[in-house]
Design a protein around this ligand. Structure first.
Ligand code: 5AD
Ligand code: FES
Length: 327
């Protein structure tokens, strides 16, 4: 689709059912009915950045900060592997405590297990990304958040969008399966810019795209902003599936935060991945990127069983493979 076609669909809600079923059909034809589960470990909520929408921004002094060290991370990985996860995602704030050597050591230990490893630890230099790749990291998640240059600038004090683009192209060139994505419903975000976001995912040749609604956090400068709209986020996701048919698309946790059946609705509208949390529950509530995150009191095994039951209830199956993007 060209930009105008995407804009037209995003601005008109009369054909939403058609859009969601079309995305579902394209998902079925291109990536099949298997759902890939990625076990997410949120290993540090310490962040040096100031993203205005994010509860973990360093200016938020109300957060109880934590770091999970290597041995405990490996324990969680071991548990996740026992629960059948074939991909581990390590996510954190931008926390310089974990320097290149520490991350490399963690990667090496995780790669003793037969799992794909995804990192989601922010903007780094080419050399750092290369060191992680050489150590065995397979994938990297770094949402562009928005491709609107002015909006990006207003929301991210002290950093620039060019570096974020640079990171994403470095990751692609290093051979990572590269995930990106955007927030939907940010204050002052336009439909045009959402269309640009989708076109950017295609231009980058992103291997995975995660899309979630913005959710206002009371301890951030955007505390009085309106939440993003679940259905608009779902439309951006469905359009992403239609425009890049063979990628991996998660049903995001933020969608389920705004709609109690959000992940299942997303799985029926183009998504083929779910990322259940495998972090120990003692840390979960502290990783409050946005409020009312789901599963704060559920143990990793409970989430595993819960999501399996939900996926089976819609006639889909859980993959026992690593879920690499197949071109
Ligand atoms: N609402 C929804 N999603 C958010 N993220 C950060 N803050 C919020 C918020 N307030 C998302 C960003 C980031 C991901 C880890 O969480 O898109 O990339
Ligand atoms: Fe955690 Fe359902 S996925 S309880």
């Amino acid at each position: 689709m060209n930009k105008q076609e995407i804009i037209d669909i995003l601005s008109d809600n009369t054909n939403n059912d058609w859009l969601f079923s079309e995305a579902d059909k394209i998902r079925h034809e291109n990536v099949g009915d298997e759902v890939h589960l990625r076990g997410l470990i949120e290993f540090s909520n310490i962040c040096k950045r100031q993203c205005k929408y994010c509860g973990l921004r360093s200016a938020n002094k109300q957060v109880q900060r934590y770091r999970i060290f290597k041995d405990e991370i490996i324990n969680s990985v071991q548990k996740a592997v026992k629960l059948g996860y074939k991909t581990i995602v390590l996510q954190s704030g931008e926390d310089d405590f974990y320097d290149t050597d520490k991350i490399v050591e963690i990667i090496r230990e995780i790669k003793f297990f037969d799992v794909a490893l995804t990192l989601s630890i922010g903007e780094k230099t080419y050399d750092e990304y290369k060191a992680f790749k050489d150590a065995g990291a397979d994938r990297y998640l770094l949402r562009i958040e928005t491709t609107d240059k002015n909006l990006y600038k207003n929301l991210h004090p002290g950093v620039n969008i060019e570096n974020r683009f640079r990171c994403l192209y470095d990751l692609k060139s290093l051979g990572y399966e590269t995930g990106t994505g955007c927030l939907v419903g940010l204050p002052n975000q336009t439909i045009e810019s959402l269309a640009d976001d989708i076109l950017f995912f295609k231009e980058l040749d992103a291997d995975m795209v995660g899309i979630g609604p913005f959710i206002a956090h009371s301890q951030t400068p955007l505390k009085d902003a309106k939440n993003g709209d679940f259905w608009l986020a779902l439309k951006v996701m469905a359009l992403t599936r239609i425009n890049i048919p063979n990628i991996n698309i998660p049903a995001t946790t933020a969608m389920e935060t705004l709609n109690p059946n959000g992940r299942i609705i997303a799985l029926k509208s183009g998504a083929n991945v779910v990322m259940p949390n495998v972090t120990s529950i003692e840390y979960r509530a502290k990783y409050e990127i946005y409020p009312n995150k789901i599963c704060l009191n559920e143990q990793p095994e409970q989430c595993r069983n819960c999501i399996e039951a939900k996926i089976k209830s819609i006639g889909r199956t859980i993959s026992n493979k690593k879920g690499v993007r197949e071109k």
